[in-house]
Design a protein around this ligand. Structure first.
Ligand SMILES: Nc1ncnc2c1ncn2[C@@H]1O[C@H](COP(=O)(O)OP(=O)(O)O)[C@@H](O)[C@H]1O
Ligand SMILES: [Mg+2]
Length: 286
């Protein structure tokens, strides 16, 4: 019910998109990211890969402020964050913490470019370039999402008539992998997540919450994206499948992927997260 600007870049899973990203002609910020840690490869020292592309943070958030303006409520203003700032390095997993309503999901959507911000910058390193999500053109944002920044939402957006296997394989096919290979990889991932094989050829519309969530996770993790945003990826899973997801997240970290997520489940958070950023620190200032 807020910020009713049209938005060309919806979240991939059909989430509500008020507070949309503003369209801007500003050129992409091509300056290299510097960090107080200089050219280190991140606090975990785990980063693989070569050269400058793995140095410094992959995500640099600074001075971010946002107030929702509720146009249907006589322009009532709802400050959500102010002075939000943090870095994220390749190979680390950072949780956004704080109680319900603190602004965790909103901050994640700002990083993804779905909520525009009122101040600050959100810089993502994309290969040799740095893109400021807050000011870049929509087309550049789409490209950034296609190659670098993935988003795993809490709920699967169900596409009618498309089988679970195809739903999962699609990001790989989009990356140029052959359909046959993409389907094989999707099957391996669904097997690992204990999704019964009889379900693979069916559209996930009628699946249980936990089955849909596993399809969603598989789809979100199947392709390599150096920066992954995850909003409660294990909320509907049983203990065994939570362990599978913990393993998958560990593998992403080992491969140098940086993860920013909301993990309500303490077991998952403690297993995979290197630190927690308390969003109430930013909310208090707002
Ligand atoms: N699109 C929106 N329009 C207006 N208010 C919103 C919108 N999205 C979130 N909010 C408000 O911002 C605050 C933070 O919400 P949210 O980011 O979902 O919190 P969390 O994920 O920490 O539970 C809440 O008060 C919520 O009502
Ligand atoms: Mg939330």
């Amino acid at each position: 019910m807020a910020d009713k600007a049209p938005h060309p870049n919806p979240l991939p899973h059909g989430e509500r998109e008020s507070g949309a990203h503003s369209v801007s002609d500003a050129p992409d910020n091509a300056m290299p990211l510097t960090s107080p840690r200089g050219g280190e490869v991140g606090p975990q020292g785990r980063v693989r890969g070569e050269g400058a592309e793995t140095r410094g943070p992959i995500l640099d958030v600074a001075g971010v402020a946002k107030t929702f303006v509720l146009h249907l409520r006589e322009g009532a203003r709802l400050p959500v964050v102010s002075g939000a700032g943090f870095d994220l390095y390749p190979g680390e997993c950072v949780a956004l913490g704080g109680p319900s309503g603190a602004g965790k999901s909103s901050l994640l959507k700002m990083v993804y470019g779905n909520y525009r911000i009122d101040a600050g910058h959100i810089r993502v390193r994309d290969g040799g370039e740095v893109v400021d999500v807050a000011s870049t053109a929509p087309r550049r944002l789409m490209k950034l999402r296609a190659t670098t920044m993935g988003y795993v939402s809490q709920f699967l957006r169900v596409i009618p008539r498309v089988s679970a296997l195809d739903v999962v394989a699609e990001p790989l096919v989009g990356d140029g992998v052959s359909r046959e290979e993409a389907l094989a990889t999707a099957g391996a991932l669904l097997a690992r997540l204990n999704l019964p094989e009889r379900l693979w050829s069916l559209p996930p519309a009628t699946f249980s919450g936990g089955e849909q969530q596993r399809v969603n996770i598989a789809r979100g993790l199947i392709a390599h994206r150096p920066l992954l945003l995850m909003d409660e990826p294990t909320a509907s899973l049983d203990a065994a499948n939570r362990q599978v997801v913990i393993g998958l997240i560990e593998e992403k970290k080992q491969a140098g992927v940086a993860i920013l997520g909301i993990f309500h489940d303490a077991e998952v958070r403690e297993a995979v997260c290197d630190r927690v950023i308390d969003v109430t620190d930013f909310a208090r200032a707002a």
